[in-house]
Design a protein around this ligand. Structure first.
Ligand SMILES: Cc1ncc(COP(=O)(O)O)c(C=O)c1O
Length: 362
């Protein structure tokens, strides 16, 4: 069987982590220590931003980014097709999520259609590591209408357009380093920004809003990243192979070698991809289920979709409305197996199986 995903560390990465873990235990400094600082510096350098702030999760990274930007009231536009966490963070920060319709990536028209008088910001979610091809149009639109852009870059480590790396596009960005992400700390996340004031506020928020005198001046929480987690992230950025490069190469191989006319593989050759998800698009739900059965019969388990339940179908959020692009996308996409250690013969088997498929229902 080819699984949808695997979490793997090389022998060198495990050895580097164990050495760092011993040093942390010997130092007695288990949080907000030198490994967190090093991870932040390296992540900022890798991403191309001036600052990175390590925190407890991708969800809290987004909430802190919103709070640090002062987005604690008004409306924040959120794509209907995203993770629950995107809207959750907006609500917890104190603003109101207003959905815009979106399939895989955002369009300026959908953002314009959703904008309210109270809209203060737009969240762009780089789903599966895909940055919208309408990026320049959307950022121009946001400039014109005085809206902040905030990136939910949970999936987008190493993703970039020809001109803009993920994490450098908005006023701030939130990455996740959850267990399944290209760079993982088990649980965790990082905020990136070029603005030193935002970075400083994010550091205060993550440590219960304390200022340098120990007074709680911001309504923060215990959103710190433990040193052991930071050390795990650090070894992936310093010990080959680079997980972000491998993800891009695997996704490009899918895009170049899947030749079935019934299957679309979104891939813009001028962009770089984290390779967090290998998303393919079919004509409709019946074809998607037919291909899923065909893959499973060949010993291949597809990965979870992004997303199977758009936000207007999430009972906990109570965000209703009609979002046909999101619904159609949810129905008609599938994610092929992808993780940095996917072997060439395994990937070729997946490609051959997809290419050999003919839909039963046209
Ligand atoms: C788009 C998106 N945003 C935010 C998150 C939240 O990240 P975390 O699980 O680290 O809190 C996720 C989780 O995978 C996600 O997919």
């Amino acid at each position: 069987m080819i699984p949808p995903f695997r979490i793997e560390f090389t022998t060198a990465q495990k050895a580097a982590f164990l050495t760092a873990a011993a040093a942390i235990l010997d130092s007695g400094r288990l949080t907000l220590g030198p490994h967190t600082t090093q991870l932040e510096q390296l992540f900022a350098a890798t991403t191309g931003t001036r600052h990175a702030v390590a925190v407890s999760s991708g969800t809290t990274a987004l909430e802190i980014a919103l709070r640090a930007l002062g987005l604690n009231d008004g409306d924040v536009l959120v794509p209907a097709n995203t993770n629950y966490a995107t809207a959750e963070a907006v609500i917890r920060a104190g603003a109101r999520p207003v959905l815009y319709d979106a399939a895989l990536t955002a369009t300026a028209d959908a953002i314009d259609a959703a904008r309210t008088r109270a809209t203060r910001a737009v969240i762009l979610v780089h789903i599966g590591g895909h940055i919208t091809p309408e990026l320049d149009k959307i950022t121009d639109y946001c400039d014109t209408h005085n809206l902040l852009v905030v990136e939910d870059a949970a999936h987008a480590h190493g993703s970039a357009t020809a001109d803009h790396p993920a994490g450098t596009i908005g006023a701030a960005a939130a990455f996740s380093t959850f267990a399944t992400k290209a760079v993982t700390t088990g649980e965790g996340g990082l905020i990136t920004t070029n603005d030193p004031t935002i970075a400083d506020r994010a550091r205060h928020y993550r440590d219960q809003g304390k200022d340098s005198t120990g007074r709680n001046t911001l309504f923060g929480s215990a959103w710190r990243m433990p040193e052991l987690s930071a050390a795990l992230g650090l070894v992936q950025l310093t010990t080959a192979p680079n997980p972000m490069e491998r993800g891009h190469d695997l996704l490009r191989a899918y895009a170049q070698r899947i030749s079935n006319p019934h299957v679309a593989v979104p891939f813009e050759p001028r962009h770089r991809y984290s390779g967090h998800k290998a998303i393919i698009q079919l004509a409709n739900r019946a074809q998607r289920e037919d291909l899923r059965a065909h893959l499973e019969a060949a010993g291949i388990t597809p990965a979870r979709g992004v997303y199977e339940h758009p936000l207007h179908h999430q009972p906990a959020l109570a965000l209703t409305g009609s979002y046909p692009l999101a619904d159609r996308f949810a129905d008609a996409h599938l994610c092929l197996p992808l993780w940095p250690g996917l072997a060439p013969d395994q990937q070729q088997h997946v490609i051959n199986t997809v290419n050999a498929w003919t839909p039963r229902q046209e």
